[in-house]
Design a binder for this molecule. Structure first.
Ligand code: FE2
Length: 425
């Protein structure tokens, strides 16, 4: 009757001891004590089963290039962009594909099955675009890769960038990107937002811009982004990524800005690992954290996702595709340590980015794709605390990755011989 039943699962919404019946690659039933036979049955033993992790913001064309051709000495965004500029002429399509596929292997092992990746369109050869479109096709059976046409050097500042961006969209890139704070002037930044939003409206595409990735409190391009989203009827299709300047903005101004973003249906993506690393570099002390105002955005009804942004590239030397690490950093930086706050941070790497990406069939409802992750944790908070091991990762009801449980063996007088760090209340 079922191809597979996962028994005794805890779910992210708090339901415990549920059985998930899977048929034809989709979830057929979710209920307690499910009757029926299955080709295979797996006992989840009261551990958390969640739809997969989703990364709303990544750069797959740069990933795993750390040290090529040198490392970032200052640790700043601007040296990272300069370093990427040095690397670009040396890129080959083979190397881009190989690194991206290697990262997708890591992602699957970590239960990360959907990624929105920006791809730089400022190289007229569009080498990275071709490479990532190839990768997108290749990984489709096990990972949803959505691509954003990203003019890294500025769509107005970099000669030919707008034409290249349009060519990338013609080739099948899914989303219109931008970087208004990197244009030559505030006025050019605002103009770039207008041009790119109009292009997206014309083509019926979503928008996801790097926006105000700066400690400058007067970097206010998100206001312009909200304005054009509203004007062009793009509600629900526009995302502002980073928004770090909001950390430093005047509080009165932010109290006006957040309702405008909510009204315009603009979503936000914070990148906690990268924001805490790159921002505040010009400060002495006190040193700003630089992450956008996550709890305040959420309170205003604005969807907020967390992205990984970078793994071992010109901007960031660490990372492993672990969205629980991203969410754990986010909850610390935003001080979202209440139970509700931590659950919102778990949602920021699962259900919320799934909505922002418009993923089809994501979730635990009957009819959803049987894309699931069994974690070595009892609930989302324990998963965050432990950066829990992904015991099983399923795509369309098929196991695509498994990891052994994290257990230590002890040799102590009068103490248990085994410790797994669980502490369930
Ligand atoms: Fe980024």
């Amino acid at each position: 009757m079922f191809d597979l039943i996962l028994r005794n699962c805890n779910l992210p919404d708090g339901r415990r001891g549920m059985d998930i019946g899977i048929r034809g690659g989709r979830i057929a039933v979710v209920e307690a004590a499910l009757a029926g036979v299955a080709g295979e049955s797996i006992d989840a033993a009261g551990q958390l089963v969640t739809p997969p992790f989703v990364d709303a913001h990544f750069h797959m064309d740069a990933t795993l290039s750390y040290g090529l051709p040198r490392v970032n000495q200052s640790g700043t965004l601007l040296e990272g962009i300069a370093l990427w500029g040095e690397l670009k002429p040396l890129l080959t399509q083979e190397a881009l594909v190989e690194r991206a596929l290697a990262y997708c292997d890591w992602a699957v092992a970590k239960g990360l099955l959907a990624i929105r990746s920006h791809v730089d369109v400022c190289d007229p050869r569009l080498l990275a675009v071709e490479a990532l479109l190839h990768v997108k096709d290749k990984v489709r059976p096990y990972l949803d890769l959505q691509l954003v046409a990203f003019p890294q050097d500025g769509v107005l500042r970099s000669p030919g960038a707008l034409d290249n961006l349009k060519r990338a969209l013609d080739m099948g890139v899914d989303v219109v990107g931008g970087i208004p704070h990197f244009e030559r002037t505030m006025a050019d930044g605002a103009e770039s937002v207008r041009i790119l939003c109009e292009l997206a409206a014309e083509r019926g595409l979503p928008v996801d811009m790097h926006c105000d990735e700066s400690d400058d409190p007067l970097s206010r391009h998100v206001e312009t982004l909200a304005f054009h989203a509203q004007r062009l009827g793009l509600q629900g299709r526009v995302t502002g990524s980073h928004l770090t300047s909001m950390h430093s903005m005047d509080n009165y101004y932010v109290s006006k800005l957040l309702p405008l973003m909510a009204e315009a249906g603009v979503a936000a993506v914070a990148n906690p690992l990268i924001n805490i690393t790159l921002q505040g570099r010009h400060d002495t002390y006190p040193k700003r954290r630089g992450m956008t105002r996550v709890p305040e955005l959420l309170a205003a009804g604005i969807p907020v996702a967390f992205g990984h942004d970078c793994v071992m590239d010109p901007w960031y030397s660490l990372g492993s595709g672990d969205m629980l690490e991203v969410a754990a950093m986010g909850l610390h930086v935003a001080q979202m340590t209440s139970q509700d706050g931590m659950r919102a941070c778990f949602a920021a790497v699962t259900a919320t980015p799934a909505r922002i990406l418009g993923l089809d069939g994501y979730g635990l409802e009957p009819g959803c794709r049987a894309d699931l992750v069994l974690l070595q944790a009892g609930d989302p908070v324990e998963a965050l605390r432990l950066r829990a091991t992904r015991l099983l990762v399923l795509r369309g009801g098929r196991i695509v990755a498994r990891s052994p449980a994290a257990v230590a063996t002890l040799n102590l007088p009068g103490r248990p011989s085994r410790v797994d760090f669980s502490h369930r209340t």
